[in-house]
Design a protein around this ligand. Structure first.
Ligand code: FRU
Length: 476
C-alpha cells in the first residue's frame, strides 16, 4: 500500500462520514437493493464466493453523485444476500498504471488468495480523443489473502500488448478456470469501430497469451464492454454490453444494450454465435456480471443504471446515485436464458396477501413488495403507486412511467405472445419485472410519491408479499 492509497482511503472515509446521514434521509433509498453509501455506483465487479461470504465489489465514485472524478472499487460482503456489510474501499487509483480510475474487472478464487483482475485507466495529458490516442487501458491484478485488503498488485498487460488493430479501449477482464488453465475475456473497440471480445489464456494466472477473438460477422456496435463467458446448463454463453447498436423496432431501446449470444463450437478456436438476446429491456440495467455460487448456481448482478442516458435520478440531490439489481439465478431453456431473483430473497417476505380478480382489484403494502401475478386473459393492466403502469394488450407489454416519477423515462415495450405470469419486485425507487417466469426482464428506476399500492384490471390471481428491508451495515 503506497501513501497515495492511504490518503485516498482516508478521504473516502471522510466523505462517507460527512454525506451518509443526508443520503440515508432520502425516502428513495433502496430497501432490498445494494446502493452506494454516498456518491455514485456503477458496474458490479469481482463477484464471487470467498471464505464464507459473497463479495460484491463495485465501481464507486464516493466524491460525486453525478459520477465525475476517478473511480474506486467499493466493496460489500454477505453470507446470504440479505445481511450485508460495507467493507473498506478495496482498490484505489494509486499506481502509475491506474491513476485515473480502477475500472471494472472480476475475481478468481484460488488456493493462494483472491485474485482480482481489473482495468487501470490512465489519461495522458495533451490533445487526445482518448479513444484512438491518449488513454492507457492496463490489465492489472490485485491479490488479497483475506478478500478485504490488497496484499499486492501488479501490471499484467498494457495497450502495446493488445492486438494492433485496436483503439485504446480494451477493458473489463473477466477471468475463470477451465480444464486446468485460466481464461480471460476483455472487451474491445477496433480502429474501425467494431466491438470485439479478446480471449486470453494462461497457465500461471500472471502471463497471458491472446488466443482468439470473438466477434460477429457483421459489425454489432462499436464497443463491447463488460464481457462474460460461461457454460449455462450445457450451453456456452457470451454475455456483453455493446455500445452503438441502433434501435430497431422494439429492440435496443436504450442508448446502450446488454445481452448475450449462445456460442457454438469452441471459444478458443472455431465458433459461431447464435442470435443476440437482450438480457433486460427496462430503462436501467447494464454491465451485468455473473459468477458461480458454491452450490453451482450461475448468479448474475447488473448495474441498475444506464450510462449517458437522457433520463435522470433525483437522488443526486441527496448525494447518491444508482444501485444494483437483485442477484438473479440464470438457466438455459434450450432457446434463451431464464432469469429469476435468487431464492434467498424469499427470506425477506413478510405478510402475504392472496387476490383473485375478474375485473378490478386493489392491494397495498409497506415500502416493498414481491408480487406474483397469474394472468388468465389477453389483457392485463397493473397500476403501481401513483404513476407506473404495466399494460398488456395484443401481445405487447408496455411499461409506462408518468412524467412526475419517471424523470425522463417514458415507456419500454416487450413483445410477449402470451402473458402467463408476471413477477414484480417493487422497491422504494425501483421495479424489476420478470415476464413469464423470467423469459424477459425489465428493470427500471422510478421515483413515486407513493409506491405502496396496486390496482389490477383483468382476470387472474396474485400473491403479494410485503418485502422487509435487507440489513446493510455501513462503515460509518
Ligand atoms: C461500463 C464501464 C466499463 C468500465 C467502467 C468504468 O459501465 O464503462 O467498461 O470499466 O464502466 O467505470
Amino acid at each position: 500500500m503506497n501513501s497515495l492509497n492511504r490518503d485516498l482511503c482516508q478521504m473516502v472515509s471522510r466523505a462517507e462520514a460527512a454525506d451518509l446521514p443526508k443520503a440515508n434521509k432520502d425516502p428513495h433509498r433502496l430497501r432490498f437493493h445494494l446502493m452506494p453509501p454516498v456518491g455514485w455506483m456503477n458496474d458490479p465487479n469481482g463477484l464471487c464466493w470467498y471464505q464464507g461470504n459473497y463479495h460484491v465489489f463495485f465501481q464507486y465514485r464516493p466524491f460525486s453523485a453525478e459520477g465525475s472524478g476517478v473511480v474506486f472499487w467499493g466493496h460489500y460482503t454477505s453470507p446470504d444476500f440479505i445481511h450485508w456489510t460495507q467493507q473498506p474501499v478495496f482498490l484505489t487509483p494509486s499506481e502509475t498504471w491506474d491513476l485515473h480510475g480502477v475500472y471494472s474487472g472480476s475475481a478468481l478464487v484460488t488456493d493462494d488468495g483472491l485474485y482480482l483482475y481489473y482495468t487501470g485507466n490512465v489519461k495522458h495529458p495533451g490533445n487526445h480523443d482518448y479513444i484512438h490516442t491518449g488513454r492507457g487501458h492496463n490489465t492489472g491484478l490485485a491479490i488479497s489473502k483475506d478478500g478485504i485488503k490488497v496484499d499486492s498488485n501488479q501490471l499484467l498487460l498494457e495497450n502495446c500488448d493488445y492486438p494492433a488493430d485496436l483503439t485504446c479501449h480494451v477493458r473489463d477482464p473477466k477471468v475463470w478456470e477451465q480444464s486446468g488453465k485460466f481464461y480471460m475475456v476483455l472487451g474491445a473497440r477496433t480502429k474501425e469501430d467494431r466491438g470485439e471480445i479478446l480471449v486470453y489464456e494462461s497457465v500461471d494466472k500472471v502471463n497471458w497469451t491472446h488466443i482468439n477473438t470473438i466477434t460477429t460477422p457483421q459489425v454489432f456496435g462499436y464497443m463491447w464492454e463488460c464481457p462474460d463467458l460461461f457454460v449455462l446448463d450445457g450451453q456456452c454463453i457470451v454475455s456483453l454490453s455493446p455500445q452503438g447498436v441502433s434501435k430497431s423496432g422494439n429492440h435496443y431501446q436504450n442508448i446502450y444494450s446488454c445481452g448475450y449470444f449462445p456460442l457454438y463450437g469452441d471459444f478458443r478456436g472455431e465458433y459461431t454465435l447464435g442470435e443476440f438476446t437482450e438480457s433486460d429491456i427496462g430503462f436501467d440495467y447494464y454491465a451485468p456480471q455473473s459468477f458461480e455460487a458454491p452450490d453451482g448456481r450461475r448468479i448474475v448482478i447488473g448495474w441498475m443504471g444506464m450510462p449517458d442516458a437522457d433520463y435522470t435520478n433525483p437522488t443526486v440531490e441527496r448525494g447518491w446515485q444508482h444501485g444494483m439489481s437483485v442477484p438473479r439465478e440464470l438457466h438455459w431453456n434450450g432457446e434463451r436464458i431464464i432469469t429469476a431473483p435468487v431464492k434467498e430473497l424469499e427470506n425477506l417476505h413478510g405478510e402475504r396477501k392472496d387476490i383473485t380478480f375478474d375485473g378490478e382489484a386493489t392491494c397495498e403494502w409497506k415500502e416493498g413488495a414481491d408480487i406474483c401475478i397469474t394472468n388468465n386473459s389477453d389483457c392485463l393492466e397493473v397500476l403501481l403507486g401513483d404513476s407506473l403502469k404495466i399494460d398488456y394488450n395484443a401481445g405487447i407489454l408496455t411499461l409506462k412511467l408518468a412524467e412526475a416519477s419517471g424523470y425522463g423515462r417514458t415507456q419500454r415495450v416487450a413483445e410477449v405472445k402470451k402473458l402467463r405470469t408476471l413477477r414484480i419486485l417493487v422497491d422504494t425507487s425501483s421495479i424489476e419485472l420478470f415476464i413469464n417466469e423470467g423469459e424477459q426482464v425489465m428493470t427500471s428506476r422510478w421515483y413515486p410519491e407513493c409506491a405502496e399500492t396496486m390496482e389490477l384490471r383483468g382476470k387472474g390471481s396474485a400473491i403479494i408479499y410485503n418485502m422487509d428491508a435487507m440489513e446493510v451495515k455501513f462503515m460509518v
